[in-house]
Ligand binder design. Sequence first.
Ligand code: TYD
Length: 210
Amino acid sequence: MFITFEGLDGSGKTTQAKRVAEHLRAQDYNVLLTREPGGTLISDQIRDVVLKKGTDELMNPRTELLLFCASRAQLVAHVIRPHLANGGVVLCDRYTDSTLAYQGYGHGLDLPTLKTILHFATDGLRPDLTLYFDITPENALRRKQQASLFGEEWNRLDDMEFQFHTRVYEGYQRLQEEEPARWAVIDAMGTVDAMFQAVVETLDARMAVG
Ligand code: TYD
């Protein structure tokens, strides 16, 4: 089973992904937890290029798109597919929906073209279930600002204007409307424990069916 975690930055999805990994391992599933961009040596190098703010040169959205997809192609071929082929469960913090939401809806790149490129990069691998951590851009920004007081770094995409994040948020809603059966929406304004409870209920129901 291939499960992805999606949502705006600050939605708390990374904490939940770690807890889900522990929860499934306790049930003896062979779990691989990974994240995007990154997850292999080569993909981590690409992550630095695409997210770090080290230079004043603006990154063209098409460059950005192709870097995210290059990182993903390596992660899918090198890590995700072999683990699934072994009968394991893969949990991935962000995947193709992030590209559609951020580069597609956020930057306005052509969605049908993006879908073709994503299909090529992943060789058609799609998630069985996507957990979406629902937080408005206003609340996400508030959380990010608080976290930055405690030293969390802002990446190049965090620096985009507020309207960009609003388009990303609306994009996620369109993606859910297109494929409601694949998505499970979790209220990201609850406590960490309440969110986890909701995640576990969704997961246990889906794993039982799976
Ligand atoms: P990261 O520091 O991993 O943040 P988060 O905890 O929110 O996942 O940064 C990943 C950033 O990259 C995030 O701002 C979303 C963005 N992103 C894209 O724009 N497109 C993509 O395809 C992916 C995977 C991520």
